[in-house]
Write a protein that binds this ligand. Structure first.
Ligand SMILES: [Fe+2]
Length: 172
């Protein structure tokens, strides 16, 4: 993965910004319980969800020829919330930044990096568990089964919509 991409990802994780206009867009897209779930996410998580959803919205013309209107709405909802399963881990800025660095570290060096940064282990646990946890949280908010599956599989996409979400996630 390119160094400039990693740096941008790190910068947004450390200095996230969510505007009033961003929140208004999200409130229009999500039903109230899901909007409350979005607001419970860390600022960095909100920013990442917004960037992922906006990336998909930028591909709307291309996407709308492949998905129904309902599937497109579900895709945007899932994009906003796809990492909500990280919320219960209460990761610090340092842990989030360390995870980004660790994921860019070759697997062979990761163990020694973890010895140096033991606090980053929790961020790796969150990375492993968040998709399944996020799908459960989406279900509790009453979001559709399709949104739940999009969140569940956003790191192992199967359907065209799931692949679009993974592609947008990778770019943000
Ligand atoms: Fe994720």
């Amino acid at each position: 993965m390119r160094l400039s991409y990693r740096f941008r990802q790190w910068w947004k994780a450390v200095f996230p910004r969510v505007t009033r206009a961003d929140r208004a867009w999200v409130a229009a897209l999500l039903p109230p319980p899901a909007y409350a779930l979005f607001l419970s996410m860390s600022r960095a998580g909100q920013r990442h969800g917004l960037d992922t959803a906006r990336q998909l919205a930028g591909w709307e013309l291309h996407i709308r020829s492949r998905l129904s209107a309902a599937e497109y709405t579900d895709l945007l909802q899932a994009a906003l919330l796809h990492d909500c399963g990280k919320t219960p881990f209460h990761l610090t800025v340092g842990q989030r930044a360390a995870r980004v660095a660790l994921e860019a570290t070759p697997a062979s060096l990761r163990r020694s990096a973890l010895r140096r940064w033991p606090f980053a282990a929790r961020a790796l646990q969150a990375a492993a568990a968040h998709a399944a946890l996020g799908a459960e949280m989406a279900a509790r908010c009453g979001l559709s089964r399709r949104v739940q599956l999009l969140i569940l599989r956003h790191h192992q996409p199967q359907t065209p919509a799931e692949k679009l979400l993974a592609q947008a996630d990778d770019r943000c």
